[in-house]
Design a protein around this ligand. Structure first.
Ligand code: NAD
Ligand code: SER
Length: 317
């Protein structure tokens, strides 16, 4: 059996920063090549191979695949919801073209396996909001959501038509402290901890009652590895799996922070991201992920707040 060598594209972002470290701890440092347009953390740059390249450059991608004998790609590079609304052309081009380059590599036998994340943004204003199902009305109304829904269709098509082993999760908003978020609508649930520690106050761009599905990064990374390591016959959904963590609104997260920082004050000044959030579900039904490959989240809101504050306190002290 040949040893797997993994390429992570978008390794310097919020998810890549943690995913590369976890993959290297499982597969070995030299078997996980990190890549991005910009440098990654010191831990990633010094811990194993790194390639600086643009995923839109298909010939460079081919070179990197050949140079490192890559067998698997985790494709994380994308414009997220808020950023893509501000740059429609790049959002669509990057999110779609990167996926089609990688799917074609697998179609023509150059790599064996692909991970590509989708999002709760595939749902839209006409989707039922509570316990949103795997198969339901999906009419996304953002560039980002449209690109993720189209991407899901392509993943399923390449699997059915060409046997490509592509796997995907519809991540909820991911909360983490190691790297700043990259321009999403759920970013408030990260900024709030930084501001609570720095200034004991935060001005939130979503309303107090905007409930969204969220998840702690360690759960998100574990879900990714569990999905990728599951036997192929257990992966019965080749578009993208719903996965759920917890659901909360800005007022509820603020209340958990006040338990640790009693002086913390929250104010609200809504911006364009409110209308993006208004189109998304409030909670997710992930029973297929549970039944097919055993998914279950671990971190609740109080545990997330405790861990975020404990880690960020070290940074700000
Ligand atoms: P991020 O913005 O933090 O990171 C993306 C990385 O991709 C950045 O480091 C960026 O430099 C890199 N990149 C951008 N354009 C590139 C290019 N042309 N070539 C190479 N690299 C390029 O995003 P993230 O939060 O880490 O998200 C990763 C993936 O997960 C995305 O597909 C996103 O849609 C998906 N996702 C994230 C969340 C979340 O809450 N973070 C939720 C749902 C889905
Ligand atoms: N967290 C992401 C965003 O807000 C959802 O995909 O864009």
């Amino acid at each position: 059996m040949t040893k797997d060598t993994i390429l992570v594209v978008g390794a310097s972002g919020q998810i890549g920063t943690e995913l590369v470290i976890q993959l290297r701890s499982v597969y070995g440092n030299s078997s996980v090549v990190a890549s991005d347009l910009k440098s990654a953390t010191k831990e990633i740059m010094e811990g194993g191979p790194f390639e600086n390249f643009d995923i839109m450059d298909e010939s460079r991608l081919h070179e990197v695949i050949k140079k490192h004998n890559i067998t698997q790609i985790y494709l994380l590079a994308a414009l997220l919801s808020a950023t893509a609304e501000k740059n429609i052309e790049l959002g669509w081009a990057l999110n779609m073209r990167s996926l089609s380059h990688v799917l074609d590599l697998a179609r023509y036998g150059k790599i064996k396996k692909i991970y590509w994340p989708s999002s709760i943004a595939v749902f839209g204003p006409s989707t039922p909001k509570i316990n949103t199902g795997q198969y339901t009305v999906m009419e996304p109304n953002t560039v980002y959501g449209i690109s993720k829904q189209a991407g899901e269709r392509w993943c399923e098509y390449y699997h059915n038509k060409f046997g490509v082993d592509v796997r995907s999760l519809r991540y909820p908003g991911l909360i983490s402290w190691k790297e700043k978020p990259g321009g999403g609508t759920t970013d408030y649930a990260i900024h709030i901890y930084h501001e609570a520690l720095k200034r004991q106050k935060y001005e939130c761009f979503l309303s107090a009652t905007t409930t969204l599905p969220m998840m702690y990064m360690s759960d998100g990374i574990r879900a990714t590895l569990e999905l990728m390591e599951a036997p192929a016959e257990k992966i019965k959904i080749r578009s993208s799996y719903n996965i759920a963590g917890i659901s909360f609104n800005p007022e509820e997260i603020a209340n958990t922070i006040k338990k640790h920082i009693p002086k913390f004050e929250m104010s609200y000044k809504l911006d364009h991201r409110q209308s993006i959030a208004d189109g998304w579900p409030q909670s997710i039904d992930d029973h297929f992920a549970g039944a097919h490959w055993g998914w279950k989240y671990q971190f609740d809101l109080n545990e997330i707040t405790e861990d975020m504050i404990a880690n960020l306190r070290k940074e700000y002290n």
